[in-house]
Ligand binder design. Structure first.
Ligand code: ADP
Length: 573
């Protein structure tokens, strides 16, 4: 091999370098052309002097048409200023690179987000890249939009909630106002009931006093003048008596009702056998049975236990049921039955009368309700009896039920506990047994009975009624006069009224029972006020209701005689 001369060697090296350079440039160009980002180059004036293919792919502008134009021309208007500032600012810098997210305009006029990175190179040229962030940017915008929507929705919800809250507060306030109004109405109603009850109690007293006098005087005349009065006049007196008694019963009903409404009914349980009470009730309604076509029957189980309940209230209920049965029955029978049912007693009053239509069954227990005008006109009555009876039955812890078939008859059943459960324990039987009712006193010689009552009619009637039985009645029109006459006469017994103008009868009773010289004198409270418990607590011998029942008063006086006789006998032994 001949050695190469130096020029040939140089030429070879030169060629070799050129080839290597061309290969390297090709490699770089391929590399640049295949990149997904835009690579660009600008001259010192900012005109594009190089762009790779990604430019056309991303922005749709052919590379050949874009070269020679400023990059700012491809920016959206809103970002042109920022883009230009970035490029010129960068141009002044020696080194370093700056980035910005900018909006470019695609050839089809759509906006494309690109991240521009640019840096200056030595001879005033600028090189940079544009990275497609459109998708990321749009996703972020979508996210922002969703977030904004969410915000709006949250805002809407909050507003709706606030409105609901305000609405609720408004409703609560309204409800509170209604409650206050209701409370005021309730208080007003209670006050009205109280006033009504007080008024009724007062009126009842005012009405009862003359009624008692009418009844008492009529009875007296009827008894004394039976032989001398023409029978027509005697019948007329009987009619006066019946009307007066009916009126008195009505007044008593109204008073009972007002007491029930005011919650002032007290229960005084006592122990007593049921059958005598039923007999007394039958005895009471017997005179109202019209003609012989109606029978009064009794079916009482023989092994009934004695009851511990309020005897007077029970008596009132039974009387009401019996008198209704008699009132609404022309033919057949009214049967009262009593039997034990567990710890309760069932007293049923069955009749074969007109019956009650089904729709009226519920309502007959309402105040003043009567089946119809026709019934009322034909049979009379106030429509209060059943209402009061039902209240009483409930107070005794029981119920009244009814079964009825129009034209066939009705059965009213009262069920009460054998032993009244709530309330004070049973006290001794405070009532007369049935044989006491017929007891008379004729042998007592001038026993003094002091009658303390502001109503002269009461004194007069007692005097007339008791004188026949050998008692001497002394009257006192006030507590003061009463005190004086007690000292003066040392009476065998005292009858004491409760409602007196100057001094209350209760106070007087207390006084007489605590004073050594008077405490042994038996006192019979005789009033329209029915408060046996208080009377007994204060030491009364008995408590009788006006109008004065002659037989009852005589029986009570007789009992006083027996009690003091046995006490004396006990003391002597
Ligand atoms: P009164 O009998 O004074 O009208 P009540 O409250 O005792 O009042 O009775 C209400 C109504 O129930 C009576 O008016 C009557 O229409 C009806 N009633 C009550 N008991 C009977 C009965 N045994 N038979 C038919 N109807 C009755």
């Amino acid at each position: 091999m001949t050695p190469l001369d130096s020029s040939e060697l140089q030429l070879q090296i030169h060629h070799r370098l050129i080839e290597e350079l061309a290969a390297s440039e090709k490699r770089y160009r391929e590399l640049v052309e295949h990149l997904r980002e835009v690579i660009f180059e600008c001259d010192g004036t900012g005109s594009l002097i190089f762009l790779n293919q990604a430019w056309a792919e991303i922005l749709g502008h052919p590379v050949s048409e874009s070269l020679g134009h400023s990059i700012a021309e491809f920016l959206c208007e809103e970002d042109q200023e920022t883009g230009v500032a970035l490029i010129t600012g960068q141009r002044r810098k020696v080194s370093g690179q700056e980035q910005k997210e900018l909006r470019f305009r695609h050839r089809n006029r759509e906006v494309v987000w690109l991240e521009l990175s640019v840096r200056s190179v030595d001879d005033g040229r600028m090189v940079g890249s544009l990275y497609n962030i459109d998708e990321r940017k749009r996703a972020r915008e979508e996210l922002q939009k969703a977030y904004d929507q969410l915000e709006v929705r949250v805002q809407e919800r909050t507003t709706a909630l606030r409105e609901t809250n305000q609405h609720l507060q408004h409703e609560i306030a309204e409800r509170e106002q209604v409650e206050v109004a209701l409370l005021q109405a309730k208080e007003a109603a209670e006050a009205a009931t109280r006033t009504k009850s007080e008024f009724l109690a007062k009126m009842s007293h005012e009405l009862r006093t003359p009624m008692n006098a009418i009844i008492g005087f009529t009875r007296l005349i009827m008894r004394r003048c039976k032989e001398i009065l023409p029978s027509k006049q005697y019948d007329n007196l009987e009619k006066i008596l019946i009307s007066a008694e009916r009126l008195l019963a009505l007044i008593n009903d109204i008073l009972d009702l007002s007491k029930v409404e005011a919650g002032r009914i007290e229960i005084h349980p006592v122990n007593f056998p049921l059958e005598p009470l039923i007999d007394t009730c039958l005895h009471t309604v017997e005179p109202t049975v019209k003609g012989e076509k109606l029978q009064l029957l009794k079916e009482v189980d023989t092994d009934l236990p004695s009851l511990t309940t309020d005897k007077d209230r029970l008596h009132q209920i039974v009387i009401n049921l019996l008198s209704n049965a008699v009132k609404f029955t022309e033919n057949g029978a009214v049967t009262i039955s009593a039997k034990r049912h567990g710890e309760e007693i069932m007293i049923a009053v069955a009749d074969t009368g007109i019956g009650i239509p089904a729709p009226a069954l519920e309502r007959i227990f309402e105040e003043f309700h009567q089946v119809d005008g026709g019934t009322t006109r034909q049979y009379g009555g106030t429509g209060l009896g059943l209402s009061i009876s039902r209240h009483f039955a409930r107070l005794l812890g029981g119920v009244i039920t009814v079964q009825s078939t129009p034209g066939v008859g009705s059965t009213f059943t009262l069920t009460v506990p054998i032993s009244y459960r709530i309330g004070p324990p049973a006290t001794q039987d405070i009532h007369l047994s049935s044989e006491d009712n017929v007891a008379t006193e004729t042998a007592a010689d001038q026993k003094v009975v002091l009658v303390i009552d502001d109503d002269p009619n009461v004194i007069y009637l007692l005097r007339e009624n008791l004188a026949e039985a050998g008692y001497r009645v002394i009257g006192a029109a006030s507590a003061e006069e009463g005190r004086q006459k007690v000292r003066e006469f040392g009476p065998f017994a005292i009858t004491l009224d409760i409602l007196m103008p100057q001094q209350d009868g209760w106070q007087m009773l207390h006084e007489l029972k605590t004073e050594v010289t008077t405490r042994d004198i038996p006192i019979i409270v005789l009033s329209v006020v029915d408060n046996k418990e208080l009377a007994y607590r204060l030491g009364a011998f008995d408590c009788l209701l006006k109008p004065v029942d002659r037989d009852l008063m005589l029986a009570t006086l007789s009992r006083i005689t027996r009690t003091s006789a046995s006490r004396t006998a006990g003391a002597l032994q």
